[in-house]
Ligand binder design. Sequence first.
Ligand code: C2O
Length: 536
Amino acid sequence: CTVRHYKFNVVMKNTTRLCSSKPIVTVNGKFPGPTLYAREGDTVLVKVVNHVKYNVSIHWHGIRQLRTGWADGPAYITQCPIQSGQSYVYNFTITGQRGTLLWHAHILWLRSTVHGAIVILPKRGVPYPFPKPHNEVVVVLAEWWKSDTEAVINEALKSGLAPNVSDAHTINGHPGRVSGCPSQGGFSLPVESGKTYLLRLINAALNEELFFKIAGHKLTVVEVDATYVKPFKIDTVVIAPGQTTNVLVSADQNSGKYMVAASPFMDAPVAVDNLTATATLHYSGTLDNTPTSLTTPPPQNATSVANNFIDSLRSLNSKQFPALVPRTIDHNLYFTVGLGINPCPTCKAGNGSRVVASINNVTFTMPTTALLQAHFFNISGVFTTDFPSTPPQVFNYTGTPPKNLQTRNGTKVFRLAYNSTVQLVLQDTGIIAPENHPIHVHGFNFFAVGKGLGNYNPKTDPQKFNLVDPVERNTIGVPSGGWVAIRFRADNPGVWFMHCHLEVHTTWGLKMAFLVDNGKGPNQSLLPPPSDLPKC
Ligand code: C2O
């Protein structure tokens, strides 16, 4: 098998967008960062060298990290951060995965500028289960803040108020043409008439789910989160932060310049920046600067457009790529996810209270020693294993705002036996306002077996679950005022973070971790840590 070496120098770089400049934290001076290429089965070594004043860690979002939790990356969960002047080699093997994923910084808000694509090609000689495209293009969607994002989050943490939203969305680092900054161009995608292209779409935004569409062209969806799906055609794709979607685009027009648009989707009464990022798909022979065939993005709250996409997703479930959905359940979990308000006497604003977020009314407190180290070296007092399998009291989560706003703080994990099967229902509480929460599970892919609006009904809803070809992913949107049910097999020993991938909700505490025990057989234990693992 092949070993691939990468070097990620974390450096400041002065960058201009929206006609204003600021120094940003980057990998190798690039925004978005470099694409990491590998094949299924390869071992990847990424040496990350921290040349900036911030603590850094990098997460390889969606990589299974089978027995190599030390390379997963979330700060204070699987490793202590890489301090200024230090380095760490992330060492992992890509097992049973191929497709598009992303890497990103996993400490506070650094990932707003520190992110990039992971492209995993199939093993040599193994074709795609769809027609070979003429060309492949990585399309990273993200956000841009005119101010420094670390300052934005620090101010919000101090004040107890919601942080500022971004100033623009971006497509491969560029917002595209916006009024007030006519000199700024956008990303352009050259195509030849009659050819087909594979777009590897990634949502690396901090806080917003995004719609993606191209004027005059349909998208054929073939893969999400590095798992193949049954191909289907659609106008508009919706991607939550942390999710990836591969689409085929046939250049079936003769010529022209077509607008590519990324715009926010938020099914909640919250104002977001609604600056649509634009790019241009241009046929050979045309200049690439400004699209002439335009498209109107869906309104911010176009839930039906989002559902039209989400409800079309099915695992490919072919002989070669079967959907191995657990049929039995060892751990039947019901987690409420949502926002709440807690007293905060030290907060400067917010009338002595602050917004918090929780799972089962537990607001996760970040430890100062990495959980995985505490687990492996038996360091006591870092976490407790009493994360509740159900919320503390039963109430109607989607009716009038309930009184149950109180959360308790804790660094609690839920313990799973090796190879046990888990069904987890994630229920949006809508305590302050119903809102979509893209929940990401580290260390596992899961199957999305069910979804509904209102309260989950444990008697009737499971009868409707899809256990045949449910979509397999690593990040899933819990619908606003509704629920999703996921299933996975706990076959990866270690400590695995689970959190809302809207960074503002993670910051507020919408996170927890699973601790998966070692198995008894050979190759069923967490490997020992590498010698250069950062110290706290
Ligand atoms: Cu992409 Cu824990 O995150």
